[in-house]
Design a protein around this ligand. Sequence first.
Ligand code: GLC
Length: 679
Amino acid sequence: MSPHAIFDRLLQSLVAQLPSDQHVLITLRFQKQAPVLIDKLRTLYGNKFDNEAGFIDWLEKMLRVTGRLIVDRPLALRALDVQRSGSREWFSSQDTLGYCAYVDRFAGDLRGVTARIPHLKKLGVTYLHLLPFLKARQGDNDGGFAVADFDAIEPKLGTMEDLQELTAQLRSSGISLCSDFILNHVADDHPWASAAKRGDPVYRDYFYHYPDRTQPEIFEASLGQVFPQVAPGNFSFVPEMRQWVWTTFYPYQWDLNYTNPAVFADMATALLQLANRGVEVFRLDSTAFLWKREASNCMNQPEAHWILQALRCIVDIAAPGVLLKAEAIVPTAELPAYLGSQDHTVKECHLAYHSSLMAASWVALAEQDTDLLRAVIQATPVLPEQASWLTYVRCHDDIGWNVLRPEASSGTQDVQQRLSYVSRFFAGEEASFARGASFQASDPDAVHGTVGMASALAGLVSASTSLEQEYALRRILLLYGLTLCFGGMPLIYMGDEFAQLNDDDYRLQAGHEYDSRWLHRPLWNTELEMTAHDVSTIAGTMFRSLSHLLQQRRSLPQLAAHQSRRLLTGVPPEVLAFARGADDEALLYMANFSDQTITLDLVSCVTQAGLKTEHCLWRNQLDQSVHGDTLNLLPWSQVWLARATDTLHKKTQDIDTQTLSPDNAGKPEQCSTTNGVIA
Ligand code: GLC
């Protein structure tokens, strides 16, 4: 069959059920996506059929289902598709802000989330990531990451109607709902797994299964481990099947076999169904693991990317207003591929977590040195046009240090020693302000991960004086400032807006006690919320200070994701500095990751950034102080400098970041609280 004939047949299957007024639009979209879609799926699955005709039949069937889902797509969502297509502004401007929470910990259930919308609006949130809320496995379920049904809500959290109602309410408040889409695995009580256990050969093929340890051992030789302590190994014996099943994560999370075209088709359908319920962003969980290959770590395989690219084509045909966000916790060099290519020829996800940036920012606090952080930034390429980073300080997972191995090994220090020092530092085992814990590491020299709320890791638990408390808050704000200025969509992790502490009681909760990530998954704290307006409290100071940063960011177009970024390397190692945006409008982010005041020669910084030096007065957007030739950066403090165009302002050379408010008079020299706002 000629390519032309194939195209026509497939198009007919797609549009067969559509009302005629949708034909032109969908035909145009299909024309655009078909070459890549067919090519990727043929490369992945062509050899699974007896001949080309068999492959085309399968594709036709899948597109018929896609066509039905286009028919089902509610009008309001179709309108969003049209409004958003081709525009990146809606998710990459300086106005976008994410917030992440577990439904039950945040608000009890989906209906309860509606009541929290005013809080989200107060912060300026435009994107809400609710951690898994689909029907989960009975019993242990990894916080919902073991899905038993992609088309049902976890009964404790509500119903599908509640979800639809919530998405509509959020939309009318300018907030897009992001849902996890756990596409690497399903729960062992998902109907596919249950059928496989009963011996159904069709569903056995949905999973990787082996009669004995021979093949698993071959794979294990090059595989890593996600939960080495509580779920060692990557295969679990399933007595009902008398087979070893691939389980990268917990034994009850069965990896899907993406070499089977039926798995791809069913998962694409599941995603579009959820999109039709009003989900606007999908966090594609554990994307790096989708394809397995002997003698590799089975991560970031080319086929995993082709699967995502084919999925993107289907989304761009049926629901182009929807975003795909990659959760791939992998070294910096592996990250860009998840966003597609620079030249647009390859499109993959719209967003990707920048986990190296996050981890390196914590390392900089521990080492009081920004060397590693700079290396990560230097290794981060310019964003493709239709994509953005997801920048964050904390999330529901541990901070994994191993993603930093490539950058950490470039210096003279031994990588293992360097990262295990960081890991011990945040567990509070070194002379450290941090009070987190090590994740899944019995060996003190093993570098795995760190758990704990940002406040605990930044020193709020150990702080015994008001100065130490202020330093802890400054450290949290320093990292949040970086996520706001770096260029991407920043994400607030629930509780951080109030500097909420660890939940030490997690050990008392059945099913949580063996997974220390629950240390940083606390319940929403109404008392903290009540004190949010009171700057004499820590929660109030944090809330006000963070809100201040958020507000400033919204007013600074230089901070939109696609504005340029230039790292300034000629500053002392304790300082991270970069310029955002074009020359006249440039914004300088400068942050002191140390407990000493650092004096910077602003003129040389500016010259080095390639910016014009005449009329060189800079105003810190965070407190409106104006700076000339030098700048004193207080311990753990940051400035966001833009050219001071207001000539009435006197040059206040050597002014530091603490001085401007009369409220500050009489405060100890190191305190920078101005009207309860710490910059
Ligand atoms: C992702 C999630 C994590 C979960 C794992 C298995 O990494 O973020 O919480 O345990 O996938 O689904």
